[in-house]
Design a binder for this molecule. Sequence first.
Ligand SMILES: [Fe+2]
Length: 492
Amino acid sequence: MARLSKTPLSPRSRSWNTAMAAFPGDLDLTFAPDQIEGKIPASLYQTRLLSNGPGWTKIGKRLAHPFDGHGYVRSFSFLPDGSCQLKARFVRTPVYLNEARAGRIMHRGLGTNREGHFWDNMRSGIPRNVANTTITRWGDQLLAGWEGGAPYALDAESLETIGEKDFNGLIAGQSTLAHMKHDAAQQRLVLCSHKSRKETLFTFRELDKQEQLVSTNEVSIEGMLFTHDFALSPSYYVLGGNPLRLKPFELLKMALGADTLLNAIAPDNRQPGCLYLVPRQSGGETRKITLPHAAFVIHFGNAFEEDGAVIVDACVFSSFEMGHEFGYTGPHTPFDPALPDEREPQRLIRIKIPAGATEASYEPLAPYGIDFPRFHPQHESQETPFLFGATRKDTRHSDPFDSLVCIDLLDPERPHQLWTAPEDVFVGEPIFAPDPTAPNKGHILAILSDGLKERSTLVIFDATRLQDGPLASIPMPLLPIAFHGDWDAQAL
Ligand SMILES: [Fe+2]
């Protein structure tokens, strides 16, 4: 799929490459009201937007796969005088500190090998935990999640790195998903650790605000599965089936240090799509749910239950290829934002599983390719009226995204709301910030990336009036493309 091109990069490609490789480093900036177009809504005062993603991908002479770029946490605080404060810090993981000292890639990653001879990759080193994928407020800490190990804890105010967070040894040494769920009704943090061989062992743990273990459930599912995210309903953890196959030649090359894990595995598209419903109470039976089409789910929206049925919203690929995420083409060639256009886009699907059923119905919710699904954070595992996502105005394609979409989940006849950024400007994950004075209302916060003008813009919308455009736009220096964010009601 990867290809090299000697033709000059298009403006879109230049914008994408500049934004992916932006490297502003640690920042402390204040944007005064007169630097802001429009006004920050008062309901956001003393709250903040959090964001995480790879903030250093051009490391020495090599371009790291974005999954292997160093975690770069951004906090955008909204102050009562109408200003916005940006604080950005790298997560000081051991891998970051080693590579900052050396100025080059020292540790092999999921999609990136070390510089130098390929056999250097055969030596086992420390895992490349770069804490770059998610950011979640829990108590007085922020948790920067990563896909293969424990999250890193940061001081919530200073963003100083505290260290690996294993919850008193609970997840020590375990691969734990970067995506954690917050059961707002029960005030629980839900973690999923997993180990994949011929079967995949999942361990779900729920912790209370004091980080005490409230419940745990361990299940084994046949086959090697890919899992990045899960959904939470009142009774179940919902997992994508996502069977994987090994690519023998690439696996051998990987073992010899000449290829990467992402290139050595592939979705097994020969198998029908399925979901697994894992009971939140231990002792119950895990339900395998067959889907009517091939399905590969990376991100879930919400899940809830109605008369015993489980309803799940998910961004579903009909097929997927690994290793080229975000248009990555290798360590010495530019990102290609047209690469994702070669596959079918992910579609937002409502999956309904009747009580006791082993098959589900399947209803596309929008004609767009949609990902980064978000909703009111207090509606986790309950029915929620609106779902927001990043999308592309051109419905044939999805990422990199140029638009935001709002879907009315209670009124399917209501037209979707779409807002599209200017040409060659990219749109990040929409984060919902609830308005505490009005149930179901709030604001959508997203970051725009304009690599051509070397500028990022934090945009704030009335959540139910996306197509009216932003209420406030806060221009700032170009920040690297982020993965995931969160809204923090407890800004200090
Ligand atoms: Fe994700």
